[in-house]
Design a protein around this ligand. Structure first.
Ligand code: 5GP
Ligand code: ZN
Length: 107
């Protein structure tokens, strides 16, 4: 998706404040944080939203959810945090490349 901002971040074409990367996933701090710690976990594969994720994405989605607590702990959120996935325009989604928000206050 040549016009997708998160594809461009995943490809390294647009800089981000990155906290994690492997062959399938990237995590970076939200450019407009809504909490003291606010980062996004993004699959490198362009999936528009949960509405179009399929059975072939099962393992990838599982990897995202297990990366959430690992990175949250590293960011000082071991006591707890919020996760959020906006889905579709009606669900508040603004960037149409699936991502999980992780937000919290370090204790
Ligand atoms: P959503 O699609 O879940 O509503 O939110 C998209 C999120 O991506 C927003 O919180 C917004 O601040 C963040 N965002 C949008 N563009 C960029 C960008 O270029 N870099 C980073 N790091 N975050 C972005
Ligand atoms: Zn994309």
């Amino acid at each position: 998706m040549s016009d997708c901002i998160f594809c461009k971040i995943a490809a390294g074409e647009i800089p981000s404040n990155k906290l994690y990367e492997d062959d399938e996933l990237i995590a970076f701090h939200d450019i407009y944080p809504k909490a003291p710690v606010h980062f996004l976990i993004v699959p490198k594969k362009h999936i528009e939203s949960l509405l179009v994720a399929g059975a072939e994405d099962e393992a990838l989605l599982g990897r995202i959810m297990l990366l959430v607590p690992k990175l949250a702990r590293e960011q000082g959120l071991g006591a707890g945090f919020k996760t959020l996935v906006h889905t579709g325009k009606a669900g508040g989604q603004e960037v149409f490349h699936l991502h999980v928000h992780v937000m919290g206050q370090p204790q």
